[in-house]
Design a protein around this ligand. Structure first.
Ligand SMILES: Nc1ncnc2c1ncn2[C@@H]1O[C@H](COP(=O)(O)OP(=O)(O)O)[C@@H](O)[C@H]1O
Ligand SMILES: [Mg+2]
Length: 318
């Protein structure tokens, strides 16, 4: 089983300004982004006992300052958020049409796209981490040379004992081609210790026929700890010793599925950092995502983030 040499988590990626429709032509501002959502939930769960740093780049404008101030107030380590003078944060709008939601993005020239321009800066930002969390969206927003610098900085961090977790979060529209997407994912798996994919993403990119096939493919790629989410279906995991499936308790009143996977990752990784084994950590992931499903928006309101699970879930060993 993986152990962490320090209790510092460092998440790397993009947070965007979120404008969620609140009434006719009226929008409420928030901030969201996959690795950011995971880092923010982890910070709420771990409540400053175990530090969580979010690494990104934002602008020098007042919106970017508001974002940094929010993270600071909510207990995240903001020491390595870079500021780029001539760019600002990406933005997206959520439009409602009854229960249907549509998303519009303005993120092509966001400051976060420059987060891996300087490998020395990145290496410094990752310094001292026990766990580093990255996603396929983090990879997708980078040019190929910058992506290679990030992967190189992760490889360096691993040589000094850091562990890397990776959620592929496949978003075909962010990639110029499926081939480039696959190549980047494969390169990332070479520096991944813990993979937390969702099965539908993996099936779309790799043609996996079942979560067991996803698990086997990631294992062949050298990943030591694998947790495959699959919506309401059981979570499939492999931790080097046992393979199994953990059923999901049904969630009543599902309001919004966005961010369920990010919240799961937060519960799982926070529990692992706190010393829980993978099976117990899955229970925390499921608890966190169940709560996220019952709230609008990608993040659970501060103060309503549940505590880590205290007892092991039922396991179907295969
Ligand atoms: N309909 C649902 N009922 C119960 N749990 C769910 C449901 N949808 C998602 N979950 C929970 O959220 C986790 C992540 O969901 P998934 O849809 O696989 O990820 P993503 O949000 O990344 O697409 C699942 O492992 C499960 O714990
Ligand atoms: Mg996901």
């Amino acid at each position: 089983m993986i152990h962490f040499r320090s209790n510092l988590t460092v998440a790397v990626g993009e947070a965007m300004i979120e404008m969620a429709e609140a009434g006719p032509a009226t929008y409420r501002r928030g901030f969201a982004g996959d690795t950011f959502n995971t880092a923010w939930h982890m910070a709420q769960i771990l409540d400053a006992a175990l530090p969580v740093r979010f690494v990104t780049k934002v602008g020098t404008d007042s919106l970017s300052s508001d974002f940094i101030n929010l993270l600071d107030a909510d207990g995240l380590d903001i020491s390595h958020i870079g500021r780029v003078a001539d760019r600002t944060m990406g933005l997206y709008m959520i439009e409602l049409d009854g229960a249907e939601r549509s998303f519009h993005y303005w993120r092509d020239t966001s400051a976060a796209r420059l987060l891996a321009e300087d490998e020395g800066w990145l290496t410094e930002a990752l310094h001292g981490a026990g766990l580093i969390h990255v996603s396929g969206i983090t990879l997708a927003i980078l040019r190929p040379d910058a992506r290679a610098r990030l992967i190189s900085a992760l490889a360096t961090a691993r040589t000094t004992g850091a562990r890397v977790s990776f959620d592929p979060n496949v978003r075909p529209r962010l990639w110029p081609s499926q081939e480039e997407n696959r190549d980047a994912m494969q390169a990332m798996l070479n520096v991944t210790d813990i993979a937390v994919p969702s099965f539908d993403d993996e099936a779309a990119l790799w043609g996996d026929a079942s979560p067991a096939e996803t698990t086997a493919r990631l294992r062949d790629a050298g990943v030591a700890e694998i947790v495959v989410k699959n919506g309401a279906a059981p979570v499939t995991f492999w931790d080097g010793a046992q393979v199994g499936e953990v059923p999901c308790a049904p969630v009543s009143d599902v309001r919004d599925t966005s961010g369920a996977g990010d919240a799961f990752n937060a519960g799982y990784l926070a529990a692992r950092l706190a010393g829980h084994d993978p099976l117990l950590a899955i229970a925390s992931g499921q608890k966190m995502s169940a709560t996220a499903l019952q709230h609008f928006g990608a993040r659970i309101p501060a103060g309503q983030v549940p505590a880590l699970a205290g007892s092991k879930p039922q396991l179907d060993v295969r």
